[in-house]
Design a protein around this ligand. Structure first.
Ligand code: MN
Length: 259
């Protein structure tokens, strides 16, 4: 058990640290807004059952309600019609080994600061690989946009023609899938760009990644604390029977450089 005992030693000494990539579940945190003719995703709600009072003198607890896709959350393959028949494609049937794995972080923050509709293209991925090496198979890829620093209306950035936020082009998604990625994660409210309904196919991150039986993460934060390579991602959704996704606590283990 040398590897695990070495890990615990490193965590005790602080040379391996835990980074929290999760937003607080809060009724005010924005959820995705779809055109009015579609069903809508529910915000987080917390109802007090008792608080050391006549409803329960020695205990406090809450009932919760929310969408599977509220707050920092995981997308399972069956979330999208292209992945509806993916084997082990629901939150309760995915191999739990998927929930722990290596992660590459593509820094797209400068482009995202220049344009709300910044689109990740294959050229950006190839430039990243020229600097950091090929994206390994079965690796999570997270897109850093610094979008998590936004608050309130600026987060969804809704205009008359819908949301405006960065995301990948269909060609970029195809290149990531050629690399055999495990999944794709973003700081925005979805894995797709705000205007991805106009892409071909529409919503390519959802359509292509879930169609390939792979996974999504969104509403991440603190990606600016992660190295481009070398971190380990821990992202285990709730084991909801037939679930299409789930809020979750996303953590990363990072190794501090040797002094
Ligand atoms: Mn989702």
């Amino acid at each position: 058990m040398t590897v695990l005992s070495d890990l615990i030693t490193a965590m005790t000494r602080g040379s391996v640290r835990v980074i929290d990539l999760t937003h607080t579940l809060d009724p005010d945190f924005p959820v995705i807004v779809l055109p009015a003719d579609f069903g809508q995703c529910a915000r987080f709600r917390m109802e007090e059952v008792s608080a050391y009072d006549h409803r329960g003198p020695a205990w406090k607890w809450h009932n919760l309600s929310m969408s599977e896709h509220t707050g920092t959350h995981f997308d399972a393959p069956i979330h999208w019609v292209t992945g509806r028949d993916a084997p082990n494609g629901a939150t309760d049937s995915i191999d739990p080994g998927v929930f722990v794995g290596p992660v590459c972080v593509i820094d797209f923050s400068a482009e995202s600061a220049r344009s709300d509709d910044a689109t990740l293209e294959p050229a950006h991925i190839l430039a990243w690989e020229a600097e950091h090496g090929p994206i390994p198979a079965d690796c999570w890829v997270l897109l850093r946009t610094d979008w998590s620093h936004r608050q309130g209306a600026a987060y969804l950035n809704l205009r008359d023609d819908g949301a405006h936020s960065p995301g990948p082009s269909p060609e970029a998604v195809r290149l990531l899938l050629e690399r055999g990625i495990r999944g794709f994660g973003t700081e925005t409210v979805g894995t797709d760009a705000g205007q991805a309904q106009h892409f071909d196919p529409p919503y390519p991150a959802h359509a292509l990644i879930h169609g390939a039986g792979r996974y999504g993460l969104q509403c991440l934060r603190n990606l600016d604390h992660l190295p481009p390579t070398g971190a380990v991602l821990l992202a285990a959704p709730l084991k909801i029977k037939g679930g299409t996704g789930s809020p979750l606590r996303v953590l990363a283990l990072i190794e501090e450089p040797a002094p």
